[in-house]
Design a protein around this ligand. Structure first.
Ligand code: SAM
Length: 316
């Protein structure tokens, strides 16, 4: 029996064969394949993976990044939704016994990770998420893995530049929103580099960025997420009102709202979009907010969808 070769595949040939076989990249599935070796190298270098490191990749495509991860000796799980690409990446990864492809959507419905993905990482305590993420999946996926009981220690992901800006945005700017709060409470991040459309095939219409996110020791506990989700939703629904105005309506009185805000040094006239993520967490942990949350329909909904709450929206 011949052993599969570990020579790096000729990616132009792989792509040509795929397209020649009638494959049409899907816009809906964000099938823009990374072709620039420098961009791929930037992703792998930022991940700082030692041999044996456990890595989850979402969307291996035809395996260009997966190959580099597997060739470095990583224990790789690559989750791919498209059966044709799953089959191809399985072939590309065949020489590496520590790498496997899971055929599945990474997301299970609107507010959850898919069961096969959860099962694959369930026993992992020290692992990384490394991926060139499809547009429709990037924001919810990152927000959802951030609240796992054992989240990835590092996330290195290529995302649309606009998503990178929202992930990393400081309070006060137009990019700062629910995604920024939820992710920044769990991770400290930076932009590794921008990538132009020419690095991909086919070319996307927008620029992309590689982000590197490192897990915070002081991230929210599982019990913090449901009241925090509710607070983030309530405050960002009216981001240009004062926090006092929004919470007065929510808590049923100005006195209750003012007492909550002043206990955490939040100026009542501040707009929600100027509130630091840590302030959101402090307010969400306050016994007054918790009591209000626990008596609301949102608490029942969070209970019904599991301890970590309903999670972020796919469009978050
Ligand atoms: N990693 C490859 C690369 O860098 O060239 C491909 C990246 S391409 C941007 C996104 C990949 O994610 C595609 O292979 C696509 O089929 C897959 N994908 C899209 N939506 C997905 C989902 N919900 N779950 C898992 N894979 C998905």
């Amino acid at each position: 029996m011949s052993t599969p070769s570990t020579d790096r595949p000729n990616w132009s040939l792989v792509e040509r064969e795929l397209l020649g076989g009638g494959f049409h990249p899907s816009r809906r599935l964000g099938q823009n394949f990374l072709r620039d070796p420098r961009a791929i190298e930037s992703v792998v270098a930022a991940a700082e993976l030692a041999p044996g490191a456990r890595v989850l990749e979402v969307g291996p495509g035809y395996g260009v990044l997966s190959y580099e991860l597997a060739a470095r000796g990583c224990e790789l799980v690559a989750v791919e939704i498209d059966p044709r690409l799953a089959e191809l990446s399985e072939r590309i990864l065949a020489p590496f016994p520590a790498a496997r492809v899971v055929r599945s959507d990474a997301l299970g419905g609107k507010h959850a990770l898919a069961e096969p993905l959860l099962a694959a990482v369930a026993a992992w305590s020290d692992w990384s998420l490394v991926a060139n993420l499809p547009y429709s999946v990037a924001s919810p996926l990152i927000a959802l893995v951030a609240r796992l009981p054992a989240p990835p220690r590092r996330i290195v992901a290529t995302v649309q530049l606009e998503v990178a800006e929202r992930l990393l945005a400081p309070p006060g700017g137009g990019d700062f929103g629910p995604l920024s709060v939820r992710v920044q409470l769990a991770y400290r991040g930076e932009l590794v580099r921008r990538i132009g459309p020419g690095a991909f095939s086919p070319r996307p219409e927008v620029d992309s960025g590689i982000v590197c996110l490192d897990l915070r020791q002081d991230r929210p506990a599982a019990a913090d997420w449901p009241p925090l989700d509710r607070l983030v939703d309530v405050l960002f629904q009216q981001r240009r009102k004062s926090v006092l105005g929004v919470l007065r309506a929510e808590l049923g009185g100005a006195d209750a709202a003012r007492a909550l805000l002043l206990a955490h040094d939040v100026a009542p006239e501040l707009r929600p979009e100027k509130l630091a993520p840590e302030r959101f967490l402090a307010l969400a942990r306050d016994r007054r907010w918790r009591a209000h949350f626990e008596g609301s329909p949102s608490a029942e909904a969070a209970e019904a969808t599991g301890r970590a709450g309903r999670g972020p929206d796919r469009s978050d």
